[in-house]
Design a protein around this ligand. Structure first.
Ligand SMILES: [Zn+2]
Length: 402
């Protein structure tokens, strides 16, 4: 049973859906026999019991509708409210979500009085506000919310709730997404680019980021060799407790990191001096603008993301090279606290995107990073930014294989 099924004016329900539909019979507010999908009904009962504890009394006005019944409703509402109303509040046959058995139109009992008519229900906005806040705990969503009329194709219906399962309901509620937006997002492929090495030079013969770091360290202690300076940097990144101290944003961690650099490199730089030098050297590092143009050009074909292990001092260089607002998603290690050498960094991205792993293409120059992405089932392309033809070929391949 697919609880995330989307039925709307562009997605009519298929006959095959009904083969797996298991309905239970129950009574509507007027005592008429009606049907609801089994799990949705059990969860509705739990929701109703919870709301009772808050002195809110809900009943079912309408739930599962066969294709024939939807036709009868259209005829009845046309007589009662007219054609304009029907086109706004009812669906043509096969496009009604009520065919799924997962949609319930709520009625209210307020002070012992049944409230069933749409125009009456609209007056109880405060009660519906309470109901809507509890829906996701029971796997329901408010299907046609205010402000999303253009996306759902329906006017605001506070009474129409839809069972999608708890996990998805929570996700949609938290992210203020409709089912339409979610399904669209699900279908989209995502290409995620690394920064250092792919966008910024890490070619040994160019002015690359490693050399920038060596220059920073040596500017504070010129007696160090290149290798020594590089090791000072590497050893400073993780503190004695194994924490990636260089990746934290808070002032205490920043100060601690610079203190660690000072001790390891035998120099005495303030955080400000270090940050300024760091930013300045990074700003001088080259990058592949042809690749960046290519990345932006992908925006109408898929989502694009940036995933980088970097420290906060790199931000001016990052902003010089890229327009981060053009990316659909950006994960920076100093913000997430997770580096690509842990699978957790990849799991975080999966949770943000909610796309299946094979719909993610990850482009990075590091073998370790590529291996972690593969472990998660992502598509990968190991390349440096100067290997633009290799990157383009993998992107074309990825986008063409649905
Ligand atoms: Zn409805």
């Amino acid at each position: 049973m697919d609880y995330s099924i989307l039925v709307n004016k562009s997605n009519p329900i298929a006959n095959s859906y009904f083969d797996n539909l298991s309905l239970v019979e129950c009574l509507d507010i007027d005592g008429n026999k009606i049907s609801v999908e089994k799990t949705a009904y059990n969860m509705y009962i739990n929701l109703s019991a919870y709301l009772k504890t808050k002195n809110i009394f809900i009943e079912i006005a309408s739930a599962y509708r066969s294709i024939e019944e939807q036709q009868e409703i259209i005829d009845e509402f046309t007589k009662k409210y007219g054609v304009d109303y029907v086109s706004k509040y009812t669906a043509p046959i096969r496009t009604s979500e009520h065919h799924t058995g997962l949609a319930i139109d709520l009625a209210l009992i307020v002070d012992g009085v049944k409230i069933c008519e749409n125009e009456d229900l609209l007056k109880y906005e405060d009660i519906f506000f309470e109901i809507h806040q509890s829906l996701s705990d029971y796997g329901f969503i408010l299907r046609y919310p205010k402000g999303k009329e253009d996306i759902t194709g329906y006017g605001y219906e506070p009474w129409h709730i839809r069972y999608v399962g708890k996990e998805l309901a929570k996700y949609l509620y938290k992210n203020n997404l409709t089912l339409e937006e979610y399904v669209e997002k699900q279908l989209t492929k995502v290409i995620i680019f690394d920064w250092g090495g792919v966008i910024m030079h890490r070619d040994p013969v160019e002015n690359n980021d490693k050399q920038a770091i060596i220059r920073v360290i040596k500017s504070f202690n010129p007696t160090l060799s290149d290798d020594e300076a590089w090791n000072v940097y590497l050893n400073s990144l993780i503190d004695e407790n194994g924490i990636y101290i260089s990746q934290q944003c808070d002032e205490v961690s920043k100060a601690k990191w610079v203190e660690r650099l000072n001790n390891l490199g035998n120099f005495n730089a303030s955080l400000q001096e270090f940050s300024e030098k760091f930013s300045a050297e990074y700003l001088s590092v080259g990058y592949y603008s042809d690749l960046i143009d290519y990345i932006y050009s992908l925006k109408d074909k898929c989502q694009i993301g940036l995933f980088s292990d970097l420290i906060y001092g790199c931000t001016p260089a990052l902003n010089k090279q890229l327009d981060l607002s053009k990316f659909d998603n950006v994960w920076l290690s100093y913000q997430t606290g997770l580096r690509k050498n842990t699978l957790d960094a990849f799991i975080l991205i999966e949770n943000d995107l909610l796309v299946s792993p094979e719909n993610i293409l990850f482009i990075d120059d590091s073998t370790v990073n590529i291996m972690n992405a593969k472990k998660r089932g992502w598509q990968t392309c190991q390349a440096f930014g100067y290997e633009i033809d290799k990157i383009k070929a993998s992107v074309t391949d990825f986008l063409n294989n649905r």
